[in-house]
Design a protein around this ligand. Sequence first.
Ligand SMILES: [Zn+2]
Ligand SMILES: [Zn+2]
Length: 55
Amino acid sequence: MEVKECTTCGANLEAEDSFVIFPCPDCGEEKIARCERCKKIGNEYECDNCGFTGP
Ligand SMILES: [Zn+2]
Ligand SMILES: [Zn+2]
């Protein structure tokens, strides 16, 4: 499944200049996406699969 929204704030990543997508550090199965804004301010994300939260 392709990630199209920021996991944290739900922003449409296709409209973002810069964002990161990485596998969940805990379960490795869910993809976490973060837009530049959330990265900068250190918004927490939560994995939909295992509930892991991280900065
Ligand atoms: Zn965001
Ligand atoms: Zn996970």
